[in-house]
Design a protein around this ligand. Sequence first.
Ligand code: XMP
Length: 515
Amino acid sequence: MQHENSVIIIDFGSQFTQLIARRIREAGIYSEIHPCTSDPAAIRALKPAALVLSGGPSSVHDAGAPPLPKEYLEWGLPILGICYGMQIMAHTMGGTVTRSQDREYGRAEFEALGPCPLFDGVEDKEKLTVWMSHGDHVGAIPPGFARMGRTQSLEFAAMGDPARKIYALQFHPEVAHTEQGALILSNFLFKVAGLKPGWTMASFVDSSIKTMSAQVGQGKVVLGLSGGIDSTVAAVLLHRAIGKRLFCIFVDNGLLRMHERQEVIGFLEESFELNVKCVDARAEFLDKLVGVTDPEEKRKIIGYTFIDVFEREAKAIEGVEFLAQGTLYPDVIESISFKGPSAVIKSHHNVGGLPEKMNLKLVEPLRELFKDEVRKVAYELGMPEHIIWRHPFPGPGLAIRVIGEITGERLEILRQADKIVQHELLASDWYRKVWQGFAVLLPLKTVGVMGDDRTYEHVIALRIVDSLDAMTADWSRLPTEILARMSNRIINEVKGVNRVVLDISSKPPSTIEWE
Ligand code: XMP
């Protein structure tokens, strides 16, 4: 996408590349990631105002190490190289890179040297804590460059050529462990490159509405609403762009949480006047799931049934040409990544293939955004907190939280227990502090006592986790009084449950969901 005043990050495969983009955007400058294998002409066509060369796992001396195309150095753009980005810059521009036997990983004390705009306003710049993660290092800087910083083990921990506005750092300013790293990056954007901040979610909303109106013209768009933040924000944005030519389909698969349909969809219809068709497909899903206990089989049945129902409903809308999806920027980066799509465990989660199958053109209003930016857009669009901060909910819904066989009765027990978990998280103000919290119904019964009677009833597990991106997670350290209240209420209020247990496993090796 072409944006004025943007910074393009050339990705050499670092695990921190996405962080660089996020930090730059937080500073108010639009930033996009492109693989180092991109055609320089295509990058130039995007008219970036500056380039950042990311880190990466290679050594410049390896056969097949990704090169730095000379064109990038010829356009007169300000450039910041980070880690491998610094080394490949030195290697290409006439300096040398020394191989190291050992990797340097972790904190280091950095001393900024000489006048260097990157360190303007940085406090204690003679002993700044920075984060290192590298093997090789620059042994001699290229002609025209000056040394701008060192550490105990590195003679050249930063270098720069002020005349050409090209700078490089061996450490990672994008990582939170580097003190004042955000200021160092901002200095590159504002002091070196002279950019003016303009990337705000208000500006995104305006430009995205224009882009979508132009893309869709007078066409009709169909969108599957799940109740999650991504599809909801995509729908509200598109509605602003094309109004009633957006047709939302919400499939009630019988596997939703209590009151989900009313809370989310009712609200969207009333407050945003969205055109939503609620399809009651509960019987269709539940019939197909009778007797199914294998998690993968459950997921497949639900995925295929969803496609069938959605396709049927979409075809009933005359003349639909477009399918809208809430794809986010991390998914886009994954698919074009220099390393190739990484083997993310979440691959089974989403139903792909719909657009090709239905011969529709895709509209992806959120494909430039990170998740936190989607939430900001939601604020911008006037959406209420309870929608913006809803916990993620898996596509297969409660089917993968009723462990073992899914029956109407077991779903109802889980719904009631889950409602109590949600309620207690909200009432204690913990809802927003955790990533996700829910109940799981286990496929076993245990013995209990109730008055003088022996009971033999179901067990509920509480799964409440902290996470940043769902790729890793840890169980939340909730105050025990809250856990006690959840447990008491579930056992007292949910008929058929006489025991509650707490899941204290982290991901990995466990997953957040139980199936
Ligand atoms: P796991 O269980 O893999 O879950 O640790 C990671 C995150 O993804 C959610 N999840 C899903 N989301 N379709 C979805 O849209 C799915 O099939 C699915 N399975 C898991 C899960 O709730 C957690 O937030």
